[in-house]
Design a binder for this molecule. Sequence first.
Ligand code: KIV
Ligand code: NA
Length: 265
Amino acid sequence: YKRITTKSLIEMKANGERISMLTAYDFTMAKIVDTAGVDVILVGDSASNVMAGHETTLPITLDQMVYHASSVVRGVERALVVVDLPFGTYQSDPKEALRSAIRIMKESGAHALKLEGGAEIKDSVKKLLHAGIPVMGHLGLTPQSIYKFGSYTVRAKEDAEAEKLIEDAQLLERLGCFAVVLEKIPAALAQRVAESLTIPVIGIGAGGGVDGQVLVIHDMLGMNNEFSPRFLRRYMNLFEGMTQAIGQYSADVKSGDFPNEKEQY
Ligand code: KIV
Ligand code: NA
């Protein structure tokens, strides 16, 4: 495979080629996602929800992100591996942001980092970029700020927040970010941002007028049947399939059907 780089993503946008991105948090899943041809694998801090069972992304630590990221990197040959800087490891000052960033880059072998926010984290974004670390932005519904927002509803429906989002996206491009994620904002606004930038805009719940899409893999595989936002397309019902298979295994053990004569030495 030819490796995907931050440069190839910018070329893809210039050529009108859409970018596919999915999350992964472990070696086995990352290998499947990479083999399937997904361009960008995000080691999201959504691991806090889907791997650890927390209600929000806030509790996950830098050590835990390093563990997930290094596991993913070992399973990937082609995709670009982007890792979320977790809450509390980059907001206080640029030096701390750089220390956190360097830890993930050195200890996991990831290729790029993603940070939530615009103007507020400008100095940290600059610091990382000056150190040679590619940065992906993330605007709109930024889950690390959930207690400021109060709910997971659509963001930037009002003009003031939409204007700030447009300015933040342009700022991130000017600073040198290689891409921006827009989460849960009106499709028309997301399209407007995508058209005004030369770096790719990857949407989640941001409509089809952007340069690529990202989903949480557990959601698109239907492993969680309690989470059904409008933007989610389920490609499998793994919750049902896995529950059925595991129930059958348990029944086979109890009945003595497993293992049979061919399944022993
Ligand atoms: O953590 C995550 O999974 C994310 C994506 C939803 C963009 O940040
Ligand atoms: Na995230």
